[in-house]
Design a protein around this ligand. Structure first.
Ligand code: SF4
Length: 328
């Protein structure tokens, strides 16, 4: 089946004080309509850059140095701000984290939800307000709360407003950029449940950016693990949790507290998150990897098919170059 979104060998560099930093390196994946994928990694892993490139929201100092993004088979002009304008929010939209900063404090929420309908869909004020009311209902906010200002709402309600705004132009892909990070555990669960319900009700594809694998387990079909700008493992949630192939994925899973098994303490991954200025040679994870071998410091492992998923690790490579299972 032709994918809804096709990201092919995408590399993005940032220019910082005369230095060029590679934020993502030859990232490739396909997203099917209605699929929910988690993009997981520590800060500096490239997950946000990948998502912003897809949404056409790269910062002005970013440069697409290789690759392309195709939406329904057509190449998106992701490095051309003006050409990207008609695509933005209408095909792929973003629910940002920290709704208090993203919402305008001096405008009522109904107006903020109606605005993209007028700007992007050419609706009159009356039509846009009616659509905004409909969107409030969709995200579980009583319509009489539409006249509230952002500071009059709870954090969870504000995040629902952000979701309503993201849905305003009927996109087929919604990206959640750490959408529950600032929320308490109960509200976080409610927002994830809402995203799951909206996904099936509106047949949305979902890309969930997070550093927290347990969030992905809640509402994704598939997970891609990123490290130092590259995808290092890609597979179904069930497979990755049952049998992680990459040592980094394994450590991420082990770092999730599990009170049911008496494991209440978080075991952090040793070492520091990847440094893009001084990227380690070979496999970028090798300074932190408990399974590192000689080859790991010199050769970058390619991301190869492994079973139904993909993995980039020398542990799973035979001398013939085929992928083999090694239990490290
Ligand atoms: Fe560890 Fe080597 Fe695999 Fe990298 S390639 S994750 S260093 S075993």
């Amino acid at each position: 089946k032709a994918p809804l979104l096709d990201v092919n060998c995408l590399s993005v560099d940032y220019g910082l004080k005369g230095v060029s930093l590679r934020a993502i390196d030859r990232v490739s994946f396909a997203l099917q309509a209605g699929e929910a994928v988690g993009l997981v990694g520590e800060s500096g892993s490239g997950k946000t850059t990948t998502a912003m490139a897809i949404a056409g929201l790269l910062s002005p100092n970013a440069r697409v140095s290789s690759g392309e993004v195709r939406y329904r088979g057509s190449r998106l002009p992701i490095d051309d701000d003006a050409a990207m304008r008609p695509h933005r929010w209408c095909e792929t939209s973003v629910v940002f984290q920290g709704a208090m900063n993203a919402l305008n404090p001096v405008h009522r929420i109904i107006k903020q939800i109606a605005e993209p309908c007028m700007l992007k869909l050419g609706m009159s004020r009356g039509e846009a307000t009616a659509r905004a009311r409909e969107l409030l209902g969709l995200v579980g906010i009583p319509t009489d709360r539409g006249s509230a200002y952002p500071h009059e709402l709870s954090g969870g309600m504000r995040q629902r407003v952000m979701i309503a705004m993201a849905l305003a132009c009927r996109p087929s892909i919604v990206i959640g950029d750490e959408p529950t990070t600032a929320l308490d555990v109960i509200t976080q669960a409610q927002i994830l449940k809402l995203l799951g319900e909206l996904r099936s009700r509106l047949s949305l594809a979902l890309i969930l950016i997070t550093h927290d694998l347990s969030v992905v387990a809640e509402c994704c079909d598939r997970v891609m693990i990123m490290y130092a700008g590259r995808i290092v493992e890609d597979g179904t949630v069930a497979e990755i949790f049952a049998q992680p192939k990459h040592p980094y994925t394994r450590l991420l899973i082990e770092s999730i507290p599990n009170p049911a098994s008496g494991k209440k303490m978080i075991r952090p991954i040793p070492g520091d998150p990847p440094n893009l200025v001084n990227r380690p040679s070979g496999c970028a994870f090798h300074p932190r990897c408990p399974s590192a071998m000689g080859v790991c410091g010199t050769e970058v492992p390619s991301l190869d098919q492994f079973g139904r998923g993909r993995v980039a690790c020398h542990l799973h490579r035979s001398s013939r170059g085929d992928k083999v299972a090694v239990h490290a």
